[in-house]
Every structure is written in structure tokens, then in C-alpha cells.
Design a protein around this ligand. Structure first.
Ligand code: GUN
Ligand code: FE
Length: 439
């Protein structure tokens, strides 16, 4: 073994193997080799006896968190203009801001801040929407690559139902720009990959969706979009696509809704929200292996509703969490974990008494292994998983009695410790920063 390619981090380690069980080890070693986790050990095994150990004794070590849905250009107005529902919010708040990304100097300022803050967040893997603008999207990909996170980034496609300064002039232009984007970024990055991003059905003409299907198949791209988020939006989709049986069917008609047949191995799709998915839509999401990005903060801020996540979990569907900045007001995925728990409690109390609230462990699982499955073996420190980890210093939170590691992680999340308590971060084996040892 080449020990230079291996190292360990030592601390109080916590991750989930299954969605209802913590694995915790005090003063333990998480071993990384070639960017892959070799497992967690109470003592370093003989074959690793000589590797270097980065000592975080007393601090919490958790897997890097996975954000399945975030809009990079909206970061600039996070926490502002939260008094509107989706369609008014898009028209009054979002579209005017996104139009600014035609200006590359503005995009550079905004995306530099975004990428820097993502670097220092608890997120290791993310799926990002950019805007329709090709140059700004490439700049975002440059910044994300420099940040060290692993990400999928999408140039947004939108050729209808948006102001002139944001709508692409035709389906042909939108498709051509997408092809040009794919050409220009081909082979350029190690950690940053493209993802096809039709904004949502109201923004895309049938001609555009037809062209995107061809691009998707040729480049074998995963797809991300929005689904069944808001009642007004769903009614609008029905009006625009009268022949669609349900919202998801409007994507599926163009092969943009995960695999076409249960046996086919094609590229997956992520659909954000699924608050109002009907039985038929749920069945298709399941059959096609579509990932659901549950975005509880956004669903609350935009008065969208509460997604029935307990049901999706009972049905063994693929679910992860998304911050959905700036529908969501923060990029904090620990906050998203708490929000997922909280909205599930309201759902249980107010909507369906048979839908048990999520436990903290279940929600943490969604933010790690649940969403991580989209990226492969991601979201755990088990042997064979991508080695991504965040080190949290919770020493500022004093306590009168001894806590378990799982209690400390929960307390850290509810105390927003990721806003100030992240002291080191590793993504795919690379240290992005280490405030403890760089002092
Ligand atoms: N649907 C279409 N675009 C958007 C967006 O930017 N944010 C959210 N939350 N929903 C959308
Ligand atoms: Fe969104």
C-alpha cells in the first residue's frame, strides 16, 4: 500500500448506514485511501499503522451533506422577498435577478460569493441550477470546480412564459446554446459535471423539450427540474399541456423523467418538490427511478405546502433534501434536516395522522445517503464510499450533562452550528480547509 495516498481523520464520528440507525464511534479513525473511505475504526488497523492522522479529538465528524437542489444565481437575494407564492415570486423577484447574469462581471461577483460560501458550508455534493446564460454558467462551473465541491450544474432552458430579457428567443436558440455549452465545457473539469435543466414545464415549449430529449440521449445527461410544487403552477401546466395526464407526464412524454422503462439503464432525473404528486405521478416517479428533492424551507417560504415524505419513504422511493435557495433562505443543509423534521410534524398534526413525523435520523439520512445515492456511493463513511466529511466544533455549546454523539449532532444542527462551527472539510479525499491545523 502506498501510505502517502492514505490518511485518517480522528474524532467523534457519526453517520447513518440505514435511514433509522446511527453509527457512532467516539475517538475513532475514518480512513481515506485514494479519495475512498476504507471504513471507521476504533484503533487504526495494522495496514494503516503508518498513515498520517489528522487529529480532531473531541470534535464531531459527519459525512459531507448533499444538496440535491439549489439555484446559484438566486443566492444573491436569499432571505429577501419571501412574501409571495411561487409564480408571483418568480415573476417579481427571481426573473429580474436572474436577468442580471447576462452581465458577466455581475455573474463573477455573485458566483464568487456563492462558491466561496458553498466551500465553507457543510455541503460536499450539490446539484445546481445556473441561468439560461451560457457564459455565466461556464463561469459558475469554473468557480464550483475551484471550490472543491462535487457538483452537477445546469444551464437553464426557458423559451416561454418569462420576460423578454430572460426568455431564450426560440427553442432552436436554447438548444444551440446548450450544445455550445456542452462543447465548451467538455473534459474541462474533474468535479463539475453538466446536467440538463429545463426550468419547469411552463418555461419550455414542446419544440424545446423535443430538442432537449435528443441532447439528453446523445450526451447521456441527467436531468433536473421542478415538479408539482404549487397548486397554481400545476393548474398552469394543465392549461399549457391539456393532453398530459399529470404534471410528470409532461416531462415523460419527452423522455425527461428518468428511465423510460424499468429495465432500462438510463440517466436519472431529479425533480424538486413533489408536494402535490398524484397517485399516478408517484407511480411513474417510482417506476422511472426519479429522485425527489424535498425542499422544506422553500415549500414553507413560498407557501407551497408540505410534501408527503413519509409516504415516499414507505414506498421506497429515492428521496434527498434540497436547500432550493432562494425559495429556501439558506444553503445550510443541517438547517434543511431540521426543517424536514419540522414540516413532517405539521403534516402529521394537520394533514394526515397516519404519516408519522420523520425522526432526526431519517432526515439526516436523506441529507446524506438518501441524496448521495444520486452521485453513487456518497453520503456515508462506510467502506467503499466517497470520502467526504465535515468536522464540527461543538465546544461552544455548553451542557450540564453528558451527551451521546447522535445527540450532539442533532443539537449542532438545531443550533445552526454549521454557520460558525465547521472547522474542517474534506471532499472526495481532498481537504478543502482545516482551521484547526492551519492556525
Ligand atoms: N419553478 C420554476 N423555477 C423555479 C425556481 O427558481 N424556484 C422554485 N422554487 N420553483 C421554481
Ligand atoms: Fe427550485
Amino acid at each position: 500500500m502506498n501510505t502517502e495516498q492514505a490518511f485518517a481523520i480522528k474524532g467523534d464520528i457519526c453517520f447513518c448506514k440505514t435511514n433509522n440507525q446511527w453509527t457512532t464511534m467516539e475517538n475513532a479513525y475514518a480512513v481515506c485511501e485514494h479519495g475512498i473511505s476504507q471504513g471507521v475504526f476504533a484503533q487504526l488497523p495494522e495496514q494503516y499503522a503508518h498513515i498520517s492522522v489528522v487529529d480532531f479529538t473531541g470534535k464531531l465528524i459527519i459525512p459531507g451533506l448533499v444538496d440535491l437542489h439549489i439555484h446559484a444565481p438566486q443566492y444573491a437575494f436569499r432571505g429577501m422577498g419571501m412574501d409571495l407564492e411561487l409564480m408571483d415570486w418568480l415573476n417579481q423577484q427571481t426573473f429580474p435577478e436572474e436577468a442580471k447574469y447576462a452581465d458577466l462581471a455581475y455573474a463573477d461577483r455573485a458566483y464568487t460569493i456563492f462558491a466561496e460560501n458553498m466551500k465553507h458550508s457543510a455541503t460536499s455534493h450539490a446539484c445546481l441550477f445556473a441561468t439560461q446564460h451560457r457564459a455565466a454558467t461556464e463561469l459558475l462551473m469554473d468557480r464550483m470546480e475551484q471550490s472543491g465541491l462535487v457538483s452537477f450544474v445546469g444551464k437553464v432552458n426557458m423559451d416561454r412564459e418569462a420576460p423578454d430579457n430572460l426568455r431564450e428567443s426560440s427553442a432552436e436558440t436554447s438548444a444551440q446554446e446548450t450544445l455550445q455549452w456542452l462543447y465548451e465545457i467538455a473534459g474541462k473539469y474533474q468535479r463539475t459535471k453538466p446536467m440538463l435543466t429545463p426550468r419547469f414545464i411552463p418555461s419550455c415549449t414542446p419544440e424545446l423539450l423535443t430538442k432537449l430529449q435528443i441532447i439528453q440521449q446523445e450526451y447521456e445527461l441527467p436531468v433536473q427540474s421542478h415538479l408539482s410544487e404549487n397548486p397554481g403552477e400545476i393548474a398552469f401546466v394543465q392549461e399549457l399541456c391539456p393532453t398530459s395526464k399529470f404534471y410528470g407526464d409532461a416531462y415523460d412524454a419527452y423522455g425527461l423523467f428518468g428511465r423510460q422503462h424499468p429495465t432500462e439503464q438510463t440517466y436519472p432525473a431529479i425533480m424538486a418538490h413533489c408536494v402535490y404528486s398524484t397517485q399516478e405521478e408517484i407511480q411513474l416517479i417510482k417506476d422511472n427511478g426519479v429522485f425527489i428533492a424535498h425542499c422544506p424551507a422553500s415549500n414553507t417560504n413560498l407557501s407551497s405546502g408540505i410534501a408527503p415524505i413519509r409516504r415516499y419513504l414507505n414506498e421506497d422511493m429515492s428521496v434527498g433534501l434540497g436547500s432550493d435557495v432562494a425559495g429556501g433562505h439558506t444553503e445550510s443543509m443541517l438547517r434543511a434536516v431540521c426543517d424536514a423534521v419540522q414540516v413532517s410534524k405539521l403534516y402529521w398534526r394537520l394533514v394526515d395522522a397516519s404519516a408519522a413525523p420523520l425522526t432526526f435520523c431519517e432526515a439526516f439520512y436523506l441529507a446524506t445517503k438518501g441524496g448521495g445515492a444520486f452521485f453513487g456511493n456518497v453520503g456515508s463513511l462506510e467502506h467503499g464510499y466517497d470520502f467526504s466529511a465535515v468536522v464540527l466544533d461543538d465546544s461552544s455549546l455548553q451542557h450540564p450533562f453528558a451527551l451521546t454523539i447522535a445527540q450532539r449532532v442533532e443539537r449542532a444542527a438545531y443550533s445552526a452550528l454549521d454557520n460558525y462551527g465547521i472547522c474542517a472539510k474534506f471532499v472526495s479525499g481532498t481537504p478543502l480547509f482545516d482551521h484547526v491545523h492551519s492556525k
